[in-house]
Ligand binder design. Structure first.
Ligand SMILES: Cc1ncc(COP(=O)(O)O)c(C=O)c1O
Length: 466
C-alpha cells in the first residue's frame, strides 16, 4: 500500500477518513495542485483530524486531545473585566499594536516567569524588552523555524516530540533527527551521539527543540542533573536550544524546574504560553530570546501578522492584574492531579499484561507502550468504534514510527469518564491481542491495515492533537 492509502476503517468512519485521505493524495480535484510551493508536500493533515468528527461525538471518551480544562476559570469576573477593557481602553485595545507585544504584558510576563522560577533572578534575568509576545507559542515555533531552517537543514528533537513542532519543521522542510528520552527526559549521551554524528558528516543542527518540563507527549521532565549537561553539549557543538515550556507551572506538587535558559541565556530561546495556565483560545504566548534573535522574531511577526492582537494581550494583562492567578494555577494543578491519578489507577486495573506507561508528576499526558505486534495507528478506528479515542504514537515521530505507543490525555474529561475510557481502550487492546495470539499477527495486520513505519509522520499542527 502507498503511504497515502486510507487504512481500513469501520463504516461509521468512512466520510471523514476518506475526505482526509483524498486531500493527502491530492485527489480532491484541486485545480491549483501544480502551483503549490515544494514545501507544501511536507504539510499533511493530522491523521486524527480525519477521525475527529467521529471522535468528538459525546458518546466517545476522547483521551486524544490536549485541550486545557477551563472549568475553573472565573468567567463572570472575567466578563466584567473584558467589558471594562472595551469601555475604558477600547481605542487602544482594538487598534494595531507593536509587533513585539503590548509593553504592560511584557512586564507582567516577568512576574509569571518569576513565579515559576522562584524569583526574577532565577529565570536567568531579563527585561521586558527581551520578550516578544506571540500568537501562542505555536506561532513562535513557526517563526523560529522560518528564521533558522532552510530546506534539508537538521533540527534535533526528542523522540517522541510535540506534534505541532514537527508540523512546523515539516512545513519548512527540515530534516528532523530524534534524540532518545527515558524516564528522566532527554538522554545526554544520545544527544552527544547525535551531535557527534552530525559533526562527522560535516553538518550542524540548526537547533535542538526540547520540552523539558512535563513533556508532550511523554509526561516526564528532564532530570535536574541533566540540564547543565544538555546546555553544555549544545554550547560545545554550537547548537541553539529552543526550550518550549507550556506546562512548567503545572507540576502536581507545585514542583518547578530550573529553566535551560537560566543556565545559558545567550544560547537558549525560551517559549512560554498562557494556553495551559489561562485560556488557549486567546492565543497568547511569548518568546524570550537573545537580542539578535529577538529582533529577527519581531521582523518575522511583522511579516506574518503585523502584530499580535492587542485585544487578547490586554485581556491576559487584565486577568493577571485583577485575579489571583497564582491561586488559580494551584487549583489547575489539583484538577489535573486528580485526573492523572484516575488515569493511572484505571491503567493499572484494566490494561492487559505487557503494556507499560509513564507516571507523570505534572502536565497533561501519559505515554503508553503496548505489546509487540499491536499497531496503535491501525487500531485507532476500532477504538473509536468502541467509543474511545487516543493519539497514536506515530504522529509524534517525524518518520512515522512509534506505532507501539499512544498518548493518553487526562486533561479534559472528568475522572469517571477517564476511567471509562481506559476500560474501553483495554477492551480494544484485549481484542487486538486475541487476534495476535490466534493468527500470530497484530490485530491491525490481520485486517490488512498499512504498516506504520515509513509512513509520513510530520503533520500540520492540529487542535485535535495539540
Ligand atoms: C509542547 C507544546 N508546545 C507548544 C504548544 C502550543 O501552545 P500554544 O497554545 O501556546 O500555541 C503546545 C500545545 O499543546 C504544546 O503542547
Amino acid at each position: 500500500m502507498t503511504p497515502s492509502s486510507p487504512a481500513p476503517r469501520p463504516d461509521a468512519l468512512h466520510g471523514a477518513g476518506a475526505a482526509a485521505a483524498g486531500a493527502a493524495a491530492g485527489t480532491t480535484g484541486d485545480p491549483h495542485l501544480d502551483r503549490y510551493a515544494a514545501r507544501t508536500t511536507g504539510m499533511t493533515a493530522s491523521e486524527i483530524r480525519a477521525l475527529f468528527a467521529v471522535a468528538s461525538r459525546p458518546e466517545v471518551v476522547s483521551l486524544a486531545g490536549g485541550m486545557p480544562n477551563l472549568a475553573a476559570l472565573p468567567l463572570d469576573s472575567l466578563a466584567v473585566e473584558v467589558g471594562d477593557l472595551v469601555a475604558t481602553e477600547g481605542q487602544g485595545a482594538l487598534q494595531y499594536g507593536s509587533a513585539q507585544g503590548v509593553p504592560v504584558l511584557r512586564e507582567q510576563i516577568g512576574e509569571v516567569m518569576a513565579f515559576e522560577a522562584g524569583s526574577l533572578a532565577a529565570t536567568g534575568g531579563f527585561a521586558p524588552d527581551d520578550v516578544v509576545v506571540t500568537v501562542g507559542s505555536q506561532s513562535a515555533l513557526d517563526m523560529l523555524t522560518r528564521l533558522f531552517v532552510d530546506p534539508g537543514d537538521v533540527v534535533l528533537a526528542e523522540s517522541p516530540s510535540y506534534v505541532g513542532a514537527l508540523g512546523s519543521f515539516a512545513a519548512y522542510q527540515a530534516e528532523v533527527r530524534h534524540v532518545a528520552m527515558d524516564d528522566d527526559g532527554l538522554v545526554p549521551a544520545a544527544l552527544e551521539e547525535a551531535l557527534e554524528r552530525l559533526a562527522r558528516e560535516g553538518r550542524r543542527a540548526k537547533f535542538l527543540y526540547t520540552v523539558p518540563n512535563f513533556h508532550n507527549p511523554v509526561g516526564v521532565s528532564l532530570a535536574p542533573g541533566r540540564r547543565a549537561q544538555v546546555v553544555e553539549l549544545c554550547r560545545r557543538y554550537g547548537v541553539l536550544i529552543v526550550e518550549d515550556n507550556p506546562y512548567g507551572l503545572l507540576g502536581f506538587d507545585g514542583q518547578t524546574y530550573e529553566s535551560l535558559r537560566s543556565l545559558d541565556p545567550e544560547n537558549v530561546v525560551y517559549l512560554g504560553s498562557f494556553s495551559k495556565i489561562f485560556a488557549s483560545g486567546l492565543r497568547v504566548g511569548w518568546a524570550l530570546a537573545p537580542h539578535g534573535i529577538r529582533d529577527k522574531l519581531v521582523l518575522a511577526a511583522e511579516s506574518a501578522t503585523l502584530c499580535p492582537p492587542a485585544f487578547t494581550q490586554l485581556v491576559v494583562s487584565r486577568y493577571l492584574a485583577t485575579h489571583d492567578w497564582r491561586s488559580l494555577v494551584k487549583s489547575f494543578r489539583e484538577m489535573y492531579r486528580e485526573r492523572c491519578e484516575a488515569m493511572l489507577g484505571a491503567l493499572e486495573t484494566h490494561l492487559p499484561e505487557g503494556c507499560s506507561w509513564t507516571r507523570p508528576r505534572g502536565g497533561f499526558f501519559v505515554w503508553a507502550t503496548v505489546p509487540e505486534g499491536v499497531d496503535t495507528r491501525a487500531m485507532l478506528p476500532r477504538a473509536i468504534s468502541a467509543r474511545v479515542a487516543y493519539a497514536s504514537g506515530t504522529g509524534f515521530h517525524a518518520d512515522g514510527s512509534g506505532a507501539r505507543h499512544m498518548r493518553l490525555s487526562f486533561c479534559y474529561p472528568p475522572p469517571e469518564r477517564i476511567v471509562e475510557g481506559v476500560r474501553r481502550l483495554a477492551g480494544v487492546l484485549d481484542g487486538e491481542l486475541e487476534v495476535l495470539r490466534t493468527f500470530g499477527l497484530s490485530g491491525s495486520g490481520a485486517t490488512g491495515a498499512r504498516p506504520s513505519s515509513g509512513t509520513p509522520g510530520p503533520q500540520a499542527p492540529s487542535v485535535d492533537t495539540a
